[in-house]
Design a protein around this ligand. Sequence first.
Ligand code: SIN
Ligand code: FE2
Length: 224
Amino acid sequence: MILCSPARTAIMQSDLDLFGRQPQRLATHTVLLPGFVLPRLEALLDALRPVLRAAPFRHMETPGGQAIAVALSNCGDLGWVSDRQGYRYTTHDPLSGAPWPALPALLAQLAHEAAAAAGFDGFHADTCLINHYLPGTRLSLHQDRNERDFSHPIVSISLGLPAVFLLGGQQRGDATQKVPLGHGDVLVWGGDDRLRFHGVQPIKPGEHPRMGSRRINLTLRRAT
Ligand code: SIN
Ligand code: FE2
Protein backbone atom coordinates (compact mmCIF):
# COMPACT_ATOMS: atom_id res chain seq x y z
CA MET A 1 0.00 0.00 0.00
CA ILE A 2 1.44 3.36 -0.91
CA LEU A 3 1.21 5.56 2.12
CA CYS A 4 1.50 9.12 1.02
CA SER A 5 1.09 11.26 4.07
CA PRO A 6 -0.19 14.77 3.37
CA ALA A 7 3.07 16.02 4.89
CA ARG A 8 5.16 14.21 2.31
CA THR A 9 3.00 15.50 -0.48
CA ALA A 10 3.03 19.17 0.37
CA ILE A 11 1.74 21.15 -2.59
CA MET A 12 4.24 23.73 -3.72
CA GLN A 13 3.47 27.25 -4.83
CA SER A 14 5.97 26.58 -7.65
CA ASP A 15 3.53 24.02 -9.11
CA LEU A 16 1.30 26.76 -10.55
CA ASP A 17 0.05 26.08 -14.06
CA LEU A 18 0.31 28.45 -17.03
CA PHE A 19 -2.67 30.44 -15.75
CA GLY A 20 -1.49 30.61 -12.17
CA ARG A 21 -3.86 27.95 -10.87
CA GLN A 22 -2.59 25.96 -7.94
CA PRO A 23 -2.81 22.23 -7.33
CA GLN A 24 -5.67 21.50 -4.98
CA ARG A 25 -5.98 18.70 -2.46
CA LEU A 26 -9.59 17.55 -2.58
CA ALA A 27 -9.24 14.73 -0.07
CA THR A 28 -6.38 13.09 1.83
CA HIS A 29 -5.12 11.23 -1.22
CA THR A 30 -6.89 13.08 -4.05
CA VAL A 31 -5.19 15.95 -5.83
CA LEU A 32 -6.31 18.14 -8.75
CA LEU A 33 -3.46 19.39 -10.95
CA PRO A 34 -4.94 22.21 -13.06
CA GLY A 35 -3.56 22.43 -16.60
CA PHE A 36 -0.90 19.82 -15.87
CA VAL A 37 -0.74 18.48 -19.44
CA LEU A 38 -1.17 21.79 -21.29
CA PRO A 39 2.56 22.36 -21.93
CA ARG A 40 2.68 18.97 -23.72
CA LEU A 41 -0.82 19.03 -25.21
CA GLU A 42 0.12 18.89 -28.89
CA ALA A 43 2.56 16.02 -28.33
CA LEU A 44 -0.15 14.23 -26.37
CA LEU A 45 -2.66 14.63 -29.21
CA ASP A 46 -0.02 13.46 -31.70
CA ALA A 47 0.49 10.34 -29.58
CA LEU A 48 -3.25 9.62 -29.37
CA ARG A 49 -3.92 9.88 -33.11
CA PRO A 50 -2.35 6.52 -34.16
CA VAL A 51 -3.86 4.82 -31.11
CA LEU A 52 -7.35 5.89 -32.10
CA ARG A 53 -6.78 4.97 -35.73
CA ALA A 54 -5.85 1.42 -34.67
CA ALA A 55 -8.51 1.16 -31.95
CA PRO A 56 -11.37 3.59 -32.72
CA PHE A 57 -13.94 4.72 -30.16
CA ARG A 58 -16.87 2.34 -29.85
CA HIS A 59 -19.87 1.82 -27.59
CA MET A 60 -19.74 -1.24 -25.36
CA GLU A 61 -22.57 -2.96 -23.54
CA THR A 62 -23.04 -3.31 -19.82
CA PRO A 63 -23.30 -6.90 -18.52
CA GLY A 64 -27.06 -6.21 -18.37
CA GLY A 65 -27.12 -5.44 -22.11
CA GLN A 66 -27.46 -1.65 -22.07
CA ALA A 67 -25.30 0.50 -24.37
CA ILE A 68 -22.74 2.53 -22.41
CA ALA A 69 -23.28 6.19 -23.34
CA VAL A 70 -19.56 7.00 -23.16
CA ALA A 71 -17.68 5.67 -26.22
CA LEU A 72 -14.30 4.20 -25.36
CA SER A 73 -11.01 2.79 -26.50
CA ASN A 74 -7.80 1.69 -24.78
CA CYS A 75 -4.08 1.48 -25.13
CA GLY A 76 -1.47 -0.35 -23.10
CA ASP A 77 -0.72 -3.97 -22.22
CA LEU A 78 -4.35 -4.33 -21.23
CA GLY A 79 -7.60 -2.60 -22.07
CA TRP A 80 -10.80 -2.28 -20.04
CA VAL A 81 -13.85 -3.81 -21.69
CA SER A 82 -17.48 -4.43 -20.87
CA ASP A 83 -19.88 -6.91 -22.44
CA ARG A 84 -22.46 -9.55 -21.45
CA GLN A 85 -19.68 -11.45 -19.66
CA GLY A 86 -18.90 -8.51 -17.36
CA TYR A 87 -16.31 -5.81 -16.81
CA ARG A 88 -12.68 -6.87 -17.20
CA TYR A 89 -9.31 -6.24 -18.80
CA THR A 90 -8.26 -7.93 -22.05
CA THR A 91 -4.94 -8.06 -23.88
CA HIS A 92 -6.69 -7.76 -27.26
CA ASP A 93 -9.18 -5.33 -28.76
CA PRO A 94 -12.40 -7.32 -29.24
CA LEU A 95 -13.26 -5.18 -32.29
CA SER A 96 -10.11 -5.85 -34.32
CA GLY A 97 -8.79 -8.99 -32.63
CA ALA A 98 -5.38 -7.28 -32.43
CA PRO A 99 -3.51 -6.46 -29.23
CA TRP A 100 -4.47 -3.05 -27.85
CA PRO A 101 -2.11 -0.34 -29.22
CA ALA A 102 0.95 0.22 -27.04
CA LEU A 103 0.82 2.87 -24.34
CA PRO A 104 2.60 5.92 -25.82
CA ALA A 105 5.75 6.75 -23.83
CA LEU A 106 4.56 10.32 -23.35
CA LEU A 107 1.33 9.15 -21.70
CA ALA A 108 3.24 6.86 -19.35
CA GLN A 109 5.58 9.73 -18.53
CA LEU A 110 2.77 12.22 -17.89
CA ALA A 111 1.04 9.71 -15.62
CA HIS A 112 4.26 9.07 -13.73
CA GLU A 113 4.89 12.78 -13.24
CA ALA A 114 1.31 13.62 -12.27
CA ALA A 115 1.24 10.77 -9.75
CA ALA A 116 4.52 11.98 -8.27
CA ALA A 117 3.20 15.55 -8.07
CA ALA A 118 0.25 14.18 -6.11
CA GLY A 119 2.49 12.21 -3.75
CA PHE A 120 2.53 8.79 -5.42
CA ASP A 121 6.11 8.04 -6.36
CA GLY A 122 7.02 5.19 -8.70
CA PHE A 123 3.70 4.90 -10.54
CA HIS A 124 3.96 2.93 -13.78
CA ALA A 125 0.69 2.74 -15.70
CA ASP A 126 0.12 -0.30 -17.90
CA THR A 127 -3.26 0.69 -19.29
CA CYS A 128 -5.07 3.80 -20.46
CA LEU A 129 -8.82 3.89 -20.91
CA ILE A 130 -9.83 6.60 -23.38
CA ASN A 131 -13.38 7.88 -22.86
CA HIS A 132 -15.28 10.01 -25.36
CA TYR A 133 -18.19 12.12 -24.10
CA LEU A 134 -20.59 14.04 -26.32
CA PRO A 135 -22.73 16.82 -24.82
CA GLY A 136 -25.42 15.23 -22.67
CA THR A 137 -23.32 12.15 -21.88
CA ARG A 138 -22.86 11.30 -18.23
CA LEU A 139 -21.07 8.58 -16.29
CA SER A 140 -22.91 7.20 -13.31
CA LEU A 141 -21.30 6.71 -9.92
CA HIS A 142 -19.00 3.69 -9.81
CA GLN A 143 -15.79 2.42 -8.25
CA ASP A 144 -12.73 1.41 -10.28
CA ARG A 145 -12.17 -2.09 -9.00
CA ASN A 146 -11.23 -4.32 -11.93
CA GLU A 147 -7.52 -3.82 -11.20
CA ARG A 148 -5.49 -6.40 -9.30
CA ASP A 149 -3.81 -4.12 -6.78
CA PHE A 150 -5.52 -1.06 -5.36
CA SER A 151 -2.28 0.33 -3.93
CA HIS A 152 -1.64 2.00 -7.31
CA PRO A 153 -3.25 5.39 -7.87
CA ILE A 154 -5.43 6.47 -10.79
CA VAL A 155 -4.36 9.35 -13.03
CA SER A 156 -7.18 10.95 -14.98
CA ILE A 157 -6.53 13.51 -17.74
CA SER A 158 -9.36 15.72 -19.03
CA LEU A 159 -9.40 17.27 -22.52
CA GLY A 160 -11.94 19.35 -24.38
CA LEU A 161 -15.32 20.43 -23.00
CA PRO A 162 -15.48 21.03 -19.25
CA ALA A 163 -17.06 18.52 -16.91
CA VAL A 164 -18.29 18.31 -13.36
CA PHE A 165 -16.65 15.30 -11.75
CA LEU A 166 -18.48 13.83 -8.77
CA LEU A 167 -16.12 12.68 -6.06
CA GLY A 168 -18.05 10.47 -3.68
CA GLY A 169 -17.11 8.40 -0.67
CA GLN A 170 -16.56 4.73 0.08
CA GLN A 171 -20.31 4.01 -0.08
CA ARG A 172 -22.52 4.66 -3.08
CA GLY A 173 -24.91 6.77 -1.00
CA ASP A 174 -22.23 9.06 0.44
CA ALA A 175 -22.33 12.76 -0.35
CA THR A 176 -20.43 13.83 -3.46
CA GLN A 177 -18.08 16.76 -3.97
CA LYS A 178 -18.51 18.56 -7.32
CA VAL A 179 -15.12 19.03 -8.96
CA PRO A 180 -14.98 21.16 -12.14
CA LEU A 181 -12.52 19.59 -14.61
CA GLY A 182 -11.27 21.58 -17.59
CA HIS A 183 -9.10 21.04 -20.64
CA GLY A 184 -5.64 19.86 -19.58
CA ASP A 185 -6.50 19.21 -15.94
CA VAL A 186 -5.32 16.05 -14.21
CA LEU A 187 -6.99 14.43 -11.23
CA VAL A 188 -5.05 11.85 -9.21
CA TRP A 189 -6.57 9.65 -6.52
CA GLY A 190 -5.17 6.70 -4.64
CA GLY A 191 -4.29 5.44 -1.17
CA ASP A 192 -7.31 5.70 1.12
CA ASP A 193 -9.27 7.35 -1.71
CA ARG A 194 -8.59 4.67 -4.32
CA LEU A 195 -12.03 3.07 -4.04
CA ARG A 196 -14.10 6.22 -3.75
CA PHE A 197 -17.22 6.24 -5.85
CA HIS A 198 -17.02 8.75 -8.68
CA GLY A 199 -18.86 9.82 -11.80
CA VAL A 200 -19.36 12.64 -14.29
CA GLN A 201 -22.42 14.90 -14.62
CA PRO A 202 -23.93 15.31 -18.10
CA ILE A 203 -21.55 17.31 -20.29
CA LYS A 204 -23.00 20.72 -21.18
CA PRO A 205 -23.31 21.55 -24.89
CA GLY A 206 -20.44 23.63 -26.19
CA GLU A 207 -17.57 23.86 -28.60
CA HIS A 208 -13.99 23.61 -27.38
CA PRO A 209 -11.59 25.61 -29.59
CA ARG A 210 -9.04 22.78 -29.84
CA MET A 211 -11.11 19.64 -29.25
CA GLY A 212 -14.50 20.47 -30.77
CA SER A 213 -17.82 19.44 -29.27
CA ARG A 214 -16.58 16.63 -27.05
CA ARG A 215 -14.79 15.75 -23.86
CA ILE A 216 -12.01 13.19 -23.85
CA ASN A 217 -10.85 11.57 -20.64
CA LEU A 218 -7.71 9.48 -20.36
CA THR A 219 -7.68 7.22 -17.31
CA LEU A 220 -4.25 5.76 -16.62
CA ARG A 221 -4.07 2.83 -14.25
CA ARG A 222 -1.94 -0.12 -13.31
CA ALA A 223 -4.20 -3.09 -13.91
CA THR A 224 -1.74 -5.92 -13.16
C1 SIN B 1 -13.95 7.20 -15.29
O1 SIN B 1 -14.20 7.21 -14.09
O2 SIN B 1 -13.82 6.14 -15.92
C2 SIN B 1 -13.81 8.47 -16.07
C3 SIN B 1 -13.87 9.71 -15.28
C4 SIN B 1 -13.85 10.96 -16.14
O3 SIN B 1 -14.27 10.89 -17.30
O4 SIN B 1 -13.44 12.01 -15.66
FE1 FE2 C 1 -13.84 5.42 -12.99
